[in-house]
Structure formats: structure tokens, C-alpha cells
Write a protein that binds this ligand. Structure first.
Ligand code: KG4
Ligand code: ZN
Length: 337
């Protein structure tokens, strides 16, 4: 029976494939392009070339680890955007070619929408409405999610994404890329009250985020106090920086939930792997909020979330199986008024 979903994600620097049986993830394979480390950030041209080299290996592994064969797959899903166009095209076209050769349907999937639903991977029923914070290396967006295909964007970042701020500050501190996990690890050994880095409040924009100010304030703080870079209290600086970014994310999310009278909060994207963020959010449960976070393997980019979103779309939404990449944006996002 052709009842499996093959999902492919190549929007950035991860080549990822997953196989799902309905809402259940059978395999989830990720190849991360570690070599970008040398450049301190992602080089798009090299990312596309690496996807070309690995895409068939990763898809084959996902099918093998799911203990299945291409003939059992009935639907192919791939990320169509947002992302690096050269990278997206590799996974998108591979998926389409697979669908054509197997004579099955293809569905184009939105990366951000997939992050929104990633805390629910494996669930049949989703607890609508909920406040969703998608917080990654490229995005920091607060949504009100009423139902499938019914979202409002409440707030966005005006400059850097939160993950980007982690990565840039890590670079200033001489840490590797991506910097978020390393700052998180060092912060656990540091004093978060060592120095107060500012949290941005944006006039007339209660759900807007800004992280370029804190990034600059870390830079000036380092220049002023440790001009030669010696005896840097690395753990304490990391912990103080982490506290400022994370509390700004938590406070604005909570504010939105309270103002809109919503008790369910879901947070996803790479930064949702952050241990302080997880701790602060789970603490809200004692105050009557329901908190949903992805398993950490589904926080950063992966194909299981693309497959789960495809499952939800095929089950609960009207699906056009012929979206072209040029028709992006197709997720039903709109600004709150
Ligand atoms: O969702 P993702 O894999 O890719 C994008 O769509 O951007 O997110 C990657 C981002 C990077 O900026 C990385 O530094 C950040 O997520 N990140 C973290 C942690 N783990 C990953 N940031 C803070 N703490 C973490 N534990
Ligand atoms: Zn992502």
C-alpha cells in the first residue's frame, strides 16, 4: 500500500529527508554542512553544491531506515521556501522528479509553517488557538494561530533574528558557528547577573523584537572592559547575554498570550533548543499555561517537520498538489490589524 510520506528539506545548510506513516515519523536523517564553520557563516553557493552531492544519499538512507521502499511512498513533500534559492531548488526538484517517476502527488511546503507545527509532531489533535513563537537563525516571528491555514503575524524582528544575534555574539567571543549551542553550553556555568545587557522595547510595537542593539552593546562592553581580549569571563558574559535575549522572547510571548486571552503557547525553531528558554517556558505551566516545545531534534531544521506539515495539510486542508516554487509565499500568513 502506498501510504507513506517522503519529506525533503534543503532550505539552508541541512540536507534532510524523513519518511512518515501518517503522523508517525519512521526515519529522520539530517546531514549538516559543517564546513561553513570555516567561513563563520553560510556560503550559499557552497551550500547548494553540497546539497547536490548528498541529496540522493540522504533520501536513500531515510527510505532504508524506515525499512521501506520507494514503491510504498504515496506522497512527496519538499520545502519550497523561505530559504536560499539555490539550496531550495535542489530538494524541491529532486522531490518533484521522485513524484513524477513514481506517479504520485507532490506537495510544496512552507518552512516557517512547518516550524509552527513542529512542537506537535506525532499528535493527531492540535490545541487551537495558540500563540506561536518561531525563533531561528533567520526568523523571530510571533503568530496567533487560529487553525490550519488561519494565522496572523503579531510581531516580527525589526533587524536580526534571535539565532543570528547568538551567532554574531559567539563570533565576537571567538566561538564557532553556529554560536547558539555553544553560548548556551557556556552559560550554564556562568552568572547571568554578571552584567545587564539591554532588552529592546519598541514604541507602539509591543510584539516587535530587536536584537541588533544588544549585539552592539556586547561589542562596546568587550571593547571597553577587555580591550586586549584577556581574562574574559566568557561564561558570565554568555550567561548575561543569553538571559537578556531569552527573557525578551519569553516576556513578549507571554504578553501576547495574556493580551489575547490565550493559554496555549508553542515555541519552535533552532533557538527553541535553548535550555534557559525551555526552562522559563515550562515554568509557565504552574501558572496555568499549556506549553508545547519540539523535541530538541525537531528544533533545528529537519525533514520530519516538513512531512508532518504535509500530513496535516493532506488531512485537514484543501491542497493544491501543483504549487510551483515561484508561487511563494503560499502559506496563509497575514498581518494582525
Ligand atoms: O531553525 P534553524 O536550524 O535554522 C533556521 O531556519 O535558521 O536555527 C538555527 C539557529 C542558529 O542561529 C543557532 O545558533 C540557533 O538556531 N540555535 C540556538 C541553540 N541551538 C541552535 N540558539 C540558542 N541556544 C541553542 N541551544
Ligand atoms: Zn528553520
Amino acid at each position: 500500500m502506498k501510504d507513506l510520506i517522503l519529506a525533503i528539506e534543503t532550505s539552508c545548510d541541512e540536507t534532510a529527508a524523513a519518511v512518515l506513516k501518517g503522523r508517525e515519523v519512521l526515519s529522520n536523517i539530517i546531514s549538516s554542512q559543517k564546513f561553513h564553520n570555516t567561513y563563520g557563516g553560510i556560503v550559499p553557493e557552497l551550500a547548494s553544491r553540497a546539497h547536490i552531492k548528498t541529496i540522493d544519499i540522504i533520501v536513500n538512507r531515510a527510505i532504508r531506515e524506515a525499512a521501506t521502499s520507494p514503491e510504498q511512498i504515496g506522497l512527496v513533500a519538499a520545502t519550497a521556501g523561505p530559504g536560499l534559492i539555490g539550496s531550495l531548488l535542489v530538494g524541491f526538484n529532486f522531490a518533484k522528479a521522485f513524484a513524477i517517476s513514481e506517479g504520485i502527488n507532490f506537495i510544496a511546503i512552507d518552512h516557517i509553517e512547518s516550524h509552527i507545527f513542529s512542537p506537535f509532531i506525532g499528535s493527531e489533535n492540535i490545541d487551537f488557538p495558540f500563540i506561536s513563537l518561531v525563533v531561528s537563525g533567520g526568523h523571530t516571528i510571533l503568530f496567533l494561530v487560529m487553525h490550519y491555514d488561519n494565522y496572523k503575524i503579531l510581531g516580527n524582528t525589526l533587524d536580526d533574528a534571535a539565532g543570528e544575534a547568538f551567532d554574531k555574539v559567539a563570533k565576537m567571543l571567538g566561538l564557532g558557528y553556529p554560536g547558539g549551542p555553544e553560548i548556551d553550553r557556556l552559560s550554564e556555568k556562568g552568572n547571568e547577573n554578571f552584567h545587564e545587557f539591554p532588552q529592546a522595547d519598541i514604541k507602539n510595537n509591543p510584539y516587535g523584537f530587536s536584537f541588533s542593539g544588544i549585539k552592539t552593546s556586547v561589542l562596546y562592553y568587550l571593547r571597553k572592559n577587555y580591550p586586549d581580549g584577556k581574562n574574559l569571563p566568557l561564561n558570565d558574559i554568555c550567561a548575561s547575554f543569553r538571559k537578556s535575549v531569552i527573557m525578551s522572547l519569553v516576556n513578549k510571548t507571554l504578553n501576547a498570550a495574556d493580551n489575547l486571552g490565550i493559554k496555549t503557547i508553542a515555541v519552535s525553531g533552532g533557538v527553541s533548543a535553548n535550555s534557559l528558554l525551555r526552562k522559563e517556558l515550562y515554568r509557565l505551566e504552574s501558572r496555568g499555561y499549556k506549553v508545547f516545545l519540539p523535541e530538541t531534534r525537531y528544533s533545528t531544521d529537519n525533514a520530519a517537520m516538513i512531512g508532518y506539515n504535509a500530513y496535516l495539510k493532506s488531512k485537514f486542508c484543501d491542497v493544491d498538489y501543483n504549487y510551483q516554487i515561484s508561487s511563494y509565499p503560499y502559506a496563509n500568513f497575514s498581518y494582525a490589524t
